[in-house]
Write a protein that binds this ligand. Sequence first.
Ligand code: NAD
Length: 494
Amino acid sequence: MTFPEFPFPPFLQNPAKDLYIGGRSRLAADGRRFDTYNPGTGEVLASLARGSAADIDHAVAVARTAFTGPWSRFTPAERQETLLRIAKIIEERFDELAMVESLDVGAPLSRVAASKTAIGRVVRYFSAQALQCRGETFASPYQGNVTSMILKAPVGVVGGIIPWNAPLYSIWWILGGVLATGCTVVIKPAEDASLSSLLMAEVIADAGVPEGVVNIVTGTGAEAGSALALHPDVDRLAFTGSTATAREIIKSSAGNMKRLQLETGGKSPDIIFEDANLNKAVPGAAMGVFNNSGQICYAGTRIFVQRSIQQDFLSRLAAFTGSLKVGHPFDTDTVLGPVVSQGQLERVMKYIEIGQNEGATLVTGGERLSGDLAQGYYITPTVFADVTSTMRIAREEIFGPVVSVIPFESADDVLAMANDTEYGLGGAVWTRSLEQAMRMVHGIQAGQVWVNCYGLVDPMIGFGGVKNSGYGWKGGSRHVDGYLYEKAVTINAD
Ligand code: NAD
């Protein structure tokens, strides 16, 4: 099969990629490497250095030195200007960044290209936050010329651990806070998708960020990831990934009581009332789960439909889902690319089998693509009906293009089912009734709730999770506070 011709990204002309520490590429201390694959073809895409505890030690020491070096003398305005320069270079080099991300993650190139605006918005938002690192003063309770204040200072060296589903975007929820506040960072990208993080490090260096401020150590979670979480000289850890790994990280971080920010998994409810505008609710709910082939933490994987419209909704959902083009990420009409890896493919196919064995009805999808695309990790978008809240497909995070449709009778009924989950990341409601919408907004236990839309993220308000979906807010005015520590200062000026 031939795909549209694109110039191979210059960054990948040399497919051997090393660690990025102190502004230079370096081999892993023990020289080991591992391969990363192109999910669209199943072929090896690049060879990465396999960082270990020794490399994490090195990167953290470099980040510690950089923390007190020239970077510490950047004024807030200079940090802001630096972030604005980064935003500009990202825009200039976005075609290459998007192509690398698409080849590595399998996301359709058109989808990644469309994220240019969103990523630029996040970087520019954090440039403004560089000017918002502020403390407080208080009227002193003491007699005399006494002033009480809270100063804020950068916490120091940050460890950032990110997943593979959208690294080009998710890395900025860590780098933004780091660069706005004057911290330094060691990033451990996911083993299945490290390339755009390495390219982003080049962009950051081009914008004038001093050496050692941003370091990237590729490698496995068990080695490099866990060494970073354990490291005694890392002050804060920002983690995005699965709930199971977050639990490990909480334990690993105990040694030096790292400050933690954890964004984890979800099983988000998407609630369709009988008065919803189905012309909007059907595509909205479908893309609320199938976007990025279902590999989005807040994907609306449980669609609750009021029983009176269940049949109509299901037939429309099946028709819409069946019309979604699954294909090579570089094909311009592709809506769903492959899932990220062979392992993820097997995991999702296993859940499709589990759903059928549990007695759910497979309405559409559920197949791995064959023919020209057989070597890639392509799964057709899958709708299950007759799902009950006790089934595993309705309780466990699948992280693939699979949705469970569950009927409900009343608002009380659906809230009880929607909240009957260990997760609390996202949720949505589709209705024309303000009363019903507000009831759901107040009733859904989640860090973000959408009304008559799904998945819109605004860096001004940010997002977070409750329950086993993590803690610590990303975005919004409180974000930079996580990268600062408070210092109570009392001054007797007499
Ligand atoms: P994962 O937890 O397996 O891996 C995430 C990162 O943690 C990777 O870089 C991995 O190498 C590292 N890691 C693994 N074990 C580790 C350990 N013991 N110590 C330190 N680091 C370790 O998750 P994944 O499969 O890469 O990503 C999918 C998960 O991420 C899903 O659960 C998804 O919901 C979640 N996610 C959450 C958000 C959010 O903002 N809430 C966003 C995207 C993805």
